[in-house]
Design a binder for this molecule. Structure first.
Ligand code: FUC
Length: 784
C-alpha cells in the first residue's frame, strides 16, 4: 500500500459549483395536491404551493397537529396489552415445536397492540393521525379568465417558489418561501396595475372547531382539535398597500398592488410522555408574527436564503449539462422515463431530496413523517406517522452523508423521547429491561406493536433506530454526544436484547417470535432481527472504545453477539430470509429486509464477506427490479453496496418513472410531476432513499476506509461531487473523467490518517494537521 503525506492545500475543487440548473419548472398552475403542487417548508410547517391564477391556494400543515393520543379517548394507554410477556414462553414453545398456526393465533391475540375507537380521530382511532391546518386562498378579482406567459417554479438553490403570468395586460407575480429562522410561511402577491386590484381572501380548514376572525391586519384562526382538545392557534398577518376588510362574502383586500402574507401556526403539543402537552403556542406565534411585522419581505427572504444555503450549499453535484433542462419538469420526467439522456435531471433529483430534508427536519422540529411535513388529509395514508420497519429510517439515511447532519437531530431527539413509553412496552410484552418500539409510532408515544401481528410486530424497531444514533457519532466523531446522549440510549436497547433473545435448540440466540416485514411468516430468528441485533451489538462494542467504564456490560454484549444465530446461504444460493431455508425465488415482495446487513448495516460486503455478499446479490436478483417507491430507493443502495453501479442506475431510472399520466409503469410507483416519490401514494422515503443510494454509489466509508467511486455507472462517465461526508468526519470532493478518478480532495478536522480505496488498491493519506488535501491525478494514477 502506498502512503503519502501532503501539506494541506488551501484551494478547493470548485467543480460545477453554481453550475447546476436547480429548478423545477411548469407552464400551468397546479391542479392537484399530490402530483403538481410544490412543497416549501421550514421544518415546523409545510406548505403546498399551487401558483393559482383565478384562485391561488397555499395549503398549510403544522407538524404537531395530531388527532388521537391523550384526551381523545378515556382509555388511551399507548396501545400496550398488559402482561403479554406471560404468554411469551408458550408462543416460543409452539414455534419450537413447529406449531406455526397455533403460534400465529396466539401471537395475534397477545403480541399485538390496539387502538381504541375515538371521536373525530378518523380511521386510526386513538392512535390518531397527523392533520393539516388549512388552506389560504387568494383570488384577484379580475373578470377575464385568460392568462398568458404562465410560469411556476421551485428554485432548489434558493428555496423559493414562484408563479408569474399576465392577465388583461397586467403582470402578476407570486413568491413563496418558508423561513426556519422566522418560523413563518411567507407569500407575496404583486401586480403592476395602475391603481391596484381587489383580492378575495379566504381561509378554509377541515377542523370543525377552528374559528377564523379578523383582528386588525390579521386573520386569526384558533380553537381546539375536536378529537383530543389539542389547542391549535394560527395567525395570518397581511401587509398590503390595500385594505383588509370584511363584507358579506367574507374577507377582502381592496385596491392592492402588493399583498404580503405571514403565516404562523402552533399548538400546545409537547413531545413529553405521558401527557404530550405544554407547548407554548402563544409565545411561538407572538414571536413569529412580531418578526413578520418588524421585518420587510426582502429582509426575511434574505435571511431565509442565507439560512437555507448554509446547509444546502455544502454540496455540489455535476454530471454534465442536458439540453432538456429548459423543459417543464413534467415533460422532462416523461422524456426521461422514455430513455432521454438527462444527467442534470439526476443531479436535480439528488439535490431535491436534500431540499426536502432541509425543509422538513431542522433542529427543534419533529422528525419528517411519511410525507415530510406536507399533508392535506385528516385521514392520511398510514396516518402520516413514523413507520419504523424501513420508512422513517430511510428518510434519514442520507442525513449524514449528504452533509445535513443537523437535519438528523429531530430524529435523534425523537428516539430519546421514545424511551419512556418504550420501557413500558418492553416490560409488558417481554418482561425485559430497556425499551422497545415496533412498526409504527405516532406523536403520542405509541410504542406497542400495531394492531395486527403481520405488519405491526417488529421487536427490532428500537435497535434499528440505534443505527442512526451510532451513525451520527461515526460521521461527526462527537464524543460528548456519544457519551452523554447516544450511548445511554443504545445501552438500554442492548439490555433489551440481552433479555429478549432466546436460546434455540441449536444453542444459538434468536429473536422469537419474529416476522420478516411484511410478509412473514411467524418464525424463530427471522434474518432481519438477527442482523439488527448484530449491528446494535457491533456498534455498542465500537462505542466501548470511547467508554472504558463499560467493560462488564460490553463483555456480555460480545458474548451474546458470538452466540447469535448466524446468516445462512440457502438452496438457491440466496441469503436466507429466515433461519429455515424457506425462500421462494419467485417472491418479489417490496420489503427486502434480510439484506439489512448489506444496507444500512455493514455485516455483509463484497470486500469483507464475499460469499455472503454473493448470496445477498442472488436474493436481490430474485426480488426483481421493480418495487414501490421506497423499495426502489432501497435497491439503489443495495446495488451500490454490491458495487454494481449500473444496476443502481437502473433503479434510479425506474424511480424516475411518471406515477400518473403518460409513461406510467410499476402500478404507479415512481415520481409525481413535482418529483415527490410515489409509493404510491406520496411517501417521502423514496426521495431520500435515492439520495443516500446515489451518495453510496460515489463514496462508501462503512468499513473504516474511503471507497472512492465504488459503484460508478457507465451512464456517469464524467462528473464531480463536492461535500460528501464520510465516517470519521471527513469531507470528500471527487472529480472523475472517462470513468476514472481524476482528483480527490479530503478535508479532515483533526490530525490523523485515512485510507483511500479505489478499484481494490489502497492509498494512505496522513493529516499532520487539520485541513484539506487535494490529491491530484498524477498521484492517484501512481497509487492506483
Ligand atoms: C411499510 C410498508 C408499506 C408502506 C408503509 C408506510 O409498512 O410496507 O408499503 O410504505 O410502511
Amino acid at each position: 500500500m502506498k502512503k503519502i503525506t501532503l501539506l494541506a492545500l488551501g484551494f478547493c475543487l470548485g467543480l460545477g459549483a453554481n453550475g447546476e440548473n436547480l429548478k423545477l419548472r411548469y407552464e400551468q398552475p397546479a391542479k392537484t395536491w399530490m402530483n403538481q403542487a410544490l412543497p416549501v417548508g421550514n421544518g415546523y410547517m409545510g406548505a403546498m404551493i399551487y401558483g393559482g391564477v383565478q384562485k391561488d391556494e397555499i395549503q398549510i400543515s403544522e407538524e404537531s397537529i395530531w388527532s388521537g393520543g391523550p384526551g381523545s379517548s378515556k382509555g388511551y394507554d399507548f396501545g400496550n396489552r398488559k402482561e403479554s410477556w406471560k404468554k411469551l414462553p408458550e408462543v416460543r414453545q409452539l414455534l419450537a415445536d413447529g406449531k406455526i398456526q397455533e403460534a400465529a393465533v396466539m401471537a395475534e391475540k397477545y403480541f399485538t397492540g390496539y387502538t381504541n375507537p375515538a371521536v373525530d380521530s378518523g380511521e386510526f382511532g386513538d392512535y390518531g393521525s397527523q392533520n393539516p391546518f388549512g388552506s389560504l386562498f387568494i383570488s384577484p378579482v379580475v373578470e377575464d379568465t385568460l392568462y398568458l406567459n404562465y410560469e411556476r417554479t421551485l428554485d432548489i438553490r434558493n428555496s423559493l417558489a414562484t408563479a408569474s403570468y399576465n392577465r388583461t395586460g397586467i403582470n402578476f407575480n407570486q413568491e413563496y418561501f418558508a423561513s426556519y429562522p422566522a418560523r413563518l410561511i411567507v407569500a407575496r402577491y404583486t401586480n403592476d396595475s395602475k391603481s391596484g386590484l381587489d383580492y378575495r381572501v379566504d381561509f378554509e380548514t377541515p377542523h370543525k372547531n377552528l374559528k377564523t376572525s379578523r383582528k386588525g391586519n390579521s386573520l386569526v384562526i384558533n380553537g381546539k382539535h375536536a378529537s383530543n382538545g389539542l389547542v391549535i392557534d394560527g395567525e395570518i398577518l397581511f401587509k398590503t398597500d390595500g385594505k383588509l376588510l370584511q363584507d358579506k362574502e367574507g374577507f377582502l383586500i381592496k385596491g392592492a398592488k402588493n399583498i404580503e402574507a405571514y403565516v404562523s401556526v402552533a399548538t400546545d403539543y409537547k413531545n413529553e410522555y405521558p401527557k404530550y402537552r405544554g407547548g407554548d403556542y402563544k409565545a411561538t406565534n407572538k414571536k413569529a408574527i412580531q418578526k413578520g411585522k418588524a421585518s420587510s419581505f426582502d429582509a426575511l427572504k434574505k435571511e431565509h436564503i442565507a439560512d437555507y444555503q448554509s446547509l444546502f450549499n455544502r454540496m455540489t453535484f455535476d454530471l454534465g449539462s442536458s439540453a432538456s433542462s429548459a423543459l417543464p419538469t413534467n415533460e422532462r420526467l416523461y422524456r426521461y422515463s422514455q430513455g432521454a439522456y438527462d444527467p442534470e435531471f439526476e443531479t436535480l433529483y439528488f439535490q431535491y431530496g436534500r431540499y426536502l430534508l432541509i425543509s422538513s427536519s431542522r433542529p427543534g422540529t419533529m422528525p419528517s413523517h411519511l410525507q415530510g411535513k406536507w399533508n392535506d388529509s385528516m385521514t392520511p395514508p398510514w396516518a402520516c406517522d413514523y413507520h419504523m420497519n424501513i420508512n422513517l429510517q430511510m428518510i434519514y439515511w442520507p442525513a449524514e452523508m449528504a452533509n445535513l447532519s443537523e437535519c438528523h437531530e429531530p430524529l435523534l431527539q425523537y428516539i430519546d423521547a421514545l424511551r419512556a413509553p418504550g420501557r413500558v412496552t418492553a416490560k409488558e410484552y417481554f418482561n425485559a429491561r430497556g425499551w422497545s418500539v415496533h412498526t409504527m409510532n405516532n406523536a403520542y408515544g405509541f410504542t406497542a406493536p400495531g394492531w395486527s401481528f403481520n405488519w405491526g410486530y417488529a421487536p427490532n424497531g428500537a435497535a434499528w433506530l440505534c443505527d442512526h444514533l451510532w451513525k451520527h457519532f461515526a460521521f461527526t466523531q462527537d464524543q460528548s454526544y456519544l457519551k452523554d446522549f447516544a450511548y445511554p440510549i443504545m445501552k438500554e436497547v442492548g439490555e433489551f436484547w440481552l433479555d429478549y433473545l432466546w436460546e434455540d435448540k441449536d444453542g444459538t440466540l434468536v429473536s422469537s417470535p419474529s416476522y420478516s416485514p411484511e410478509h412473514g411468516l411467524i418464525a424463530i430468528g427471522s434474518t432481519i432481527d438477527q442482523e439488527i441485533a448484530y449491528d446494535l451489538f457491533t456498534n455498542l462494542l465500537e462505542a466501548g472504545n470511547y467508554l472504558p467504564g463499560e467493560k462488564t456490560f460490553l463483555d456480555s454484549i460480545a458474548s451474546a453477539r458470538d452466540r447469535l444465530s448466524p446468516l445462512k446461504i440457502g438452496k438457491f444460493g440466496q441469503l436466507q430470509e429466515w433461519k429455515e431455508d424457506l425462500d421462494n425465488p419467485a417472491n418479489s415482495h417490496r420489503h427486502v429486509s434480510h439484506l439489512y446487513a448489506l444496507y444500512p448495516g455493514k455485516q455483509v460486503s463484497p470486500q469483507l464477506t464475499p460469499k455472503l455478499a454473493n448470496a445477498a446479490k442472488r436474493s436481490l436478483v430474485y426480488r426483481g427490479e421493480e418495487g414501490t417507491g421506497w423499495s426502489l430507493g432501497w435497491k439503489i443502495n443495495f446495488w451500490a453496496r454490491l458495487l454494481d453501479g449500473n444496476q443502481s442506475y437502473k433503479m434510479i431510472r425506474n424511480l424516475l418513472s411518471p406515477a400518473l399520466g403518460k409513461g406510467v409503469r410499476f402500478s404507479g410507483a415512481g415520481s409525481y410531476e413535482n418529483l415527490f416519490c410515489a409509493h404510491p401514494p406520496f411517501q417521502i422515503d423514496g426521495n431520500l432513499g435515492a439520495v443516500s443510494g446515489i451518495a453510496e454509489m460515489l463514496l462508501q466509508s462503512q468499513h473504516g476506509f474511503l471507497d472512492i467511486l465504488p459503484a460508478l455507472p457507465a451512464a456517469w462517465p464524467t462528473g464531480s461531487i463536492t461535500g460528501l461526508k464520510a465516517v470519521g468526519n471527513y469531507t470528500v470532493d471527487l472529480k472523475w473523467k472517462d470513468g476514472l478518478i481524476r482528483e480527490v480532495a479530503i478535508e479532515s478536522p483533526a490530525k490523523g490518517e485515512c485510507t483511500l480505496l479505489y478499484k481494490g488498491k489502497r492509498l494512505q493519506v496522513v493529516f499532520d494537521a487539520p485541513g484539506k488535501k487535494v490529491i491530484p491525478a498524477e498521484m492517484l494514477f501512481a497509487a492506483f
